[in-house]
Design a protein around this ligand. Structure first.
Ligand code: HEC
Length: 464
């Protein structure tokens, strides 16, 4: 059945691709005619949308074909690779543009030889050419026909991020999202909490931005920080450590995109429309957009940290991971604040050192504790027993786990050499961060972790 659908969708895809070429040819034919070009552009957008939906249908068909076979993991891995690279690329384009415009705003020449209608200008050299930019105080007299907007970067970052959540966390909720040692949830509950939390977070944040509290910046910031810490605490007590971190980032990222979609872009549209009618744009709307833009700017570094945090088990596996997450977010937002002030030519003495100290303090408190147990002589047989019992369900050339049908990250413990070669990683994941076995699915005991620690400290020998 799935095979028939696959063939059907492939045929549709080929037809759609041929159509795009035909439309291109037609558009080129009528390039002098504005109306035809616009029509062709509209049809083209529909065809592109159809192509995207067909590709999703093809992937779904392949998924049902390979479900339950070893190829399922492989398919998910490649989806992960493709969507992740897209997510990173869109994210770089979005954050890059946003950093660039903040830089422009801060570095504008506002005094030397500025025409009356301008707020400032800027000369730059890049990629072998000179660039000259002007910023208008309000709007040019005539709105140019080709006006570049920056919004799809944000939308595509969010869409690809949501797709990644599905691929990594929702499809694999029992392994990646849920940790029954944290909270016993089923898949539907976990996914509902996940999606619901993003919506609730936006409603709270948006409400806060519309409340009278915005007139008191200090209270506004404190309330915002408290709410964010609250979310970090909530996620850490609902999901697995990794998923808790990613959710914190996805939640803030969603608020950033919603800021673009619901506030910043509508305000820009209103501005353009007013200018087209020769009216003065509503300054209040512009102010609100700038306010949200500023929040997005402070959110970037914490979100970027969260997006790479999966590589750092010592952060998300900490007992007080919500505090670690909050402190790293605050510290990195502090660094962004310092950078912003510096670009404006203001030097702040204390923000940078305090932020760096905060981050160093996190590194210090998350450091491994010295061992207090007294080791007796450990034999390899004892260690091997533990590993075969607690690890090879996943880490083997023939895993028996229902989720991991191929050894995760290629790590196998079938032979003594395979165990010894990975001893440093075992120390890191089993003893120090305790992030293996994954979500302690095989119920490893603390004493067993001690035995592995002693064995590695005694030189990880296999001949006794
Ligand atoms: C339920 C399945 C499962 C069990 C049981 C399990 N692991 Fe893992 N392991 C994984 C997955 C999935 C990954 C990859 C994701 C990650 O790094 O968190 C992984 C990654 C690792 C890594 C990191 C490899 C790298 O390249 O960074 C090490 C080391 C590891 N496991 C050791 C162990 C040890 C030792 C045990 C037994 C005490 C164990 N695992 C039990 C699923 C499991």
């Amino acid at each position: 059945m799935a095979t028939i659908f696959l063939i059907l969708f492939l045929v549709i895809l080929v037809m759609l691709i041929i159509m795009t070429y035909r439309i291109h040819a037609m558009a080129r034919h009528h390039y002098d005619n504005e109306e035809n070009r616009e029509k062709a552009g509209l049809i083209q957008s529909w065809v592109y949308a159809a192509i995207i939906f067909t590709i999703i249908a093809i992937i779904a068909s392949i998924y049902f074909m390979v479900k339950g076979t070893p190829y399922e993991g492989h398919l998910m891995e490649w989806l992960n690779i493709v969507v992740r690279v897209m997510h990173i690329t869109f994210g770089i384009a979005w954050i890059g543009a946003s950093f660039y415009f903040v830089f422009l705003e801060n570095a504008l020449n506002r005094t030397d030889n500025i025409r009356d209608e301008l707020a400032g200008n800027l000369w730059a050299v890049h990629g072998g050419g000179f660039y000259y930019l002007e910023k208008y105080k309000i709007a040019p007299k005539i709105i140019p026909k080709n006006l570049h907007w920056f919004k799809y970067e944000a939308y595509f970052t969010w869409v690809s991020g949501l797709a990644l959540l599905f691929i990594l966390y929702y499809f694999n909720a029992s392994a990646m999202l849920i940790d029954t040692h944290v909270l016993k949830l089923n898949t539907i509950q976990a996914i509902s909490i996940s999606i619901g939390s993003f919506i609730v977070a936006w409603l709270i944040y948006d409400g806060l931005c519309r409340s009278p509290l915005v007139k008191k910046p200090l209270f506004f910031t404190l309330t915002g920080v408290l709410i964010l810490v609250g979310f970090a605490y909530f996620y850490s007590h609902v999901f697995s450590g990794r998923a808790a971190f990613i959710h914190f980032g996805a939640m803030i990222g969603s608020m950033m995109v919603a800021n673009v979609f619901f506030v910043i872009i509508p305000s820009q549209k209103a501005m353009v429309n007013a200018a087209k009618k020769g009216q003065l744009p509503d300054a209040e709307k512009g102010k609100k957009a700038l306010f949200r833009s500023l929040h997005n700017n402070y959110f970037t570094l914490p979100v970027l940290f969260v997006m790479v945090s999966n590589h750092f088990p010592s952060t998300f596996s900490n007992k007080y991971q919500w505090a670690v997450l909050s402190a790293i977010s605050l510290g990195s937002a502090g660094i962004k604040h310092w950078l912003n002030l510096r670009e404006q030519g203001k030097l702040s003495v204390w923000i940078m050192p305090v932020s760096v100290l905060l981050l160093l303090a996190v590194a210090y408190v998350t450091a491994p504790q010295p061992s207090t147990i007294k080791c007796k002589k450990i034999s390899f047989a004892e260690v091997n027993n533990i590993i075969q019992q607690r690890c090879t369900r996943c880490h083997s050339s023939r895993p028996t786990d229902e989720v991991y049908t191929a050894a995760p990250n290629g790590v196998k413990y079938d032979t003594p050499a395979e165990i010894v070669n990975k001893k440093d990683l075992i120390m890191q994941r089993v003893v120090i961060t305790k992030t293996m076995p994954q979500n302690n699915k095989t119920n490893m005991m603390p004493e067993e972790r001690d035995i592995i620690r002693c064995w590695i400290e005694q030189g990880a020998l296999t001949n006794q």
